[in-house]
Design a protein around this ligand. Structure first.
Ligand code: ATP
Length: 502
């Protein structure tokens, strides 16, 4: 979708020019920019890559860290009743039995015998239903949707799904073949061995979510911190899922990072807390600079809730691949604590001194993927503009998230300019991430940092040496201002605080 914007840039001599702005229409542009500028690389790329595993480069690691810090600050610093933990990735195998992951963290998969490709059986049927709808065969689509929704009630889930695929002659999307295996449950947890011997008992899982590390530490936190219900525990860390349909860049990975917070409340107050967290979380997405119109809630229908949930909603973002979940907010009831109580034999209830009563708290969970959030930030920031006949690619992200917040340039490589530029760099470096750059034309340096999302660039020139001034150039509208050297830090601070997405 193209819009024509006409705006006025405050160049030294004020110029008017046309600027064509395009919204992001494909994830490929982000993938290319991420690789070219050192945000995100394919893992083990020199060996041909490892599917659905990614590494973060110099810009990516800073962006990701800034998002993680913004989340942590929001959760812990802004809420005196939320504390953090950092639980290990390996956990006792019984944890995953108690949580339901050993028995229930499965996807029903079916293989195309000809291409050897594996598909999620329910998604295959959903895609087929979508096609029927597109072709105007609504009656048939509704009939199949009903069959899909009631899968597991006729025979087993796998058999019911298999029957739908066979009876409707659903073909493999890639090969076009109709040559299927049975439908089988495929567990998404990675298993590995603990210790030197590899007996079955030694098998441990790489955690598929960080939440359980919070639940098993709930009593430790309660006993050692000055918290009382209602209170929350926050954690960020790696999670691992052997995703079968792992495509779409860092949207769906096999190794990813989660930022989760479990909020423990008195039963009966859970619905109110759930609604409050919904509002807080969508507010945070907007505060980190995501445009309001690209965010929405999607409630999970009551009959499709996960085994632990009383209520669930996704915060969705409008990615180039459509509206997709970025964060899940769930009312997990007392499911997890009750399960761990039963499996561990340890009491995990709470004594409310004021009310003189005991109960197992209910839990409201907020769970966001850091990598998916990073992708959202990149997508929302990405702009292509035409400036005076040339294309400019720019990442208009929140200045506090930008991997490089300030660029400092001497206009040319002359010692007196370099000296002042280095001094400005040294002054700013304690508070901001700064990049000193003296290579290439000033225009090229601006463009390089536009692509990195750098909101402010400071240029030192000869005029400035006379009157102790520099030029500050703002990324979003490319306007420039001449300010005195001792006002640089204030100008950046004001620019950070006063920023809003355009
Ligand atoms: P989806 O339906 O997209 O698979 P989910 O409902 O399984 O997600 P949750 O288990 O609720 O996801 O996990 C919480 C968050 O963790 C998600 O909103 C998402 O941001 C992130 N996440 C989950 N799986 C992945 C993955 N494979 N790769 C990257 N991020 C993920």
């Amino acid at each position: 979708m193209y819009q024509i914007l006409i705006f006025c840039a405050h160049f030294n001599s004020v110029t008017k020019y046309f600027c064509f702005m395009s919204n992001l229409d494909s994830l490929d542009k982000i993938v290319s920019l991420a690789k070219a500028r050192g945000f995100i690389f394919q893992s083990s790329e020199i060996y041909g890559g490892l599917s659905a595993v990614y590494d973060y480069g110099p810009l990516g690691v800073e962006l990701k860290r800034n998002i993680r810090n913004a989340w942590w600050k929001e959760m812990t610093q802004r809420h005196s009743n939320i504390v953090g933990v950092d639980a290990a990735i390996f956990m006792h195998p019984r944890v995953w039995e108690a949580s339901g992951h050993v028995g229930g963290f499965n996807d029903p998969m079916i293989d195309d015998k000809q291409s050897k490709k594996r598909y999620r059986a329910d998604m295959l049927i959903e895609q087929y239903i979508l096609k029927l709808e597109k072709d105007g065969k609504t009656e048939k689509a509704t009939e199949l949707q009903e069959l899909l929704d009631t899968s597991g009630t006729r025979k087993s889930l796998t058999e019911d799904l298999y029957d739908i695929i066979i009876e409707n002659e659903i073909k493999a999307p890639d090969s076009g073949a109709f040559d299927w295996t049975e439908v089988r449950q495929f567990n998404l947890m990675f298993k590995t061995q603990f210790g030197a011997t590899s007996s079955e008992e030694d098998g441990v899982y790489l955690r598929p979510e960080t939440a359980q590390g919070i639940f098993v530490n709930y009593k430790n936190v309660l006993d050692t911190s000055r918290v009382a219900v209602p209170f929350g525990i926050a954690q960020t860390g790696k999670a691992f899922r052997n995703e079968v349909v792992a495509r779409q860049f860092v949207f769906r990975m096999r190794e990813f990072e989660q930022m989760e917070m479990q909020f423990f409340v008195e039963p009966g107050t859970d619905a109110e807390a759930y609604n409050a967290w919904k509002e807080k979380r969508i507010g945070w997405h907007q505060r980190i600079g995501i445009r309001k119109e690209n965010l929405r809630f999607a409630d999970h229908p009551q009959d499709k809730l996960a085994h632990y949930a009383l209520a669930a909603v996704d915060v969705q973002y409008q990615f180039p691949i459509g509206w997709q979940e970025v964060e899940g907010i769930h009312n997990r009831s007392d499911f997890d604590l009750t399960q761990h109580q039963e499996f561990s034999g340890k009491k995990l209830d709470y004594f409310d001194q004021k009310a003189n009563k005991r109960y197992v708290p209910y839990v409201i969970e907020t769970s966001i993927g850091l990598d998916r959030c990073t992708l959202m930030v990149l997508c929302d920031a990405y702009r292509e503009e035409e400036v005076n006949g040339e294309k400019r690619t720019v990442l208009k992200m929140h200045p506090e998230l930008a991997p490089v917040q300030v660029g400092v340039f001497p206009l040319i490589k002359k010692p007196e300019l370099q000296e002042l530029a280095r001094k400005i760099e040294a002054d700013l470096i304690e508070d901001y991430s700064v990049q000193y750059d003296e290579a290439g034309s000033i225009g090229k340096r601006y463009r390089r940092l536009d692509e990195a999302g750098t909101p402010f660039c400071i240029t030192v020139d000869f005029d400035g040496l006379e009157d102790n001034t520099v030029t500050i150039r703002y990324r979003d509208d490319m306007s420039q201002e001449r300010i005195s050297v001792d006002k640089v830090a204030d100008a950046i601070k004001d620019g950070m605080k006063g920023w809003s997405p355009s």
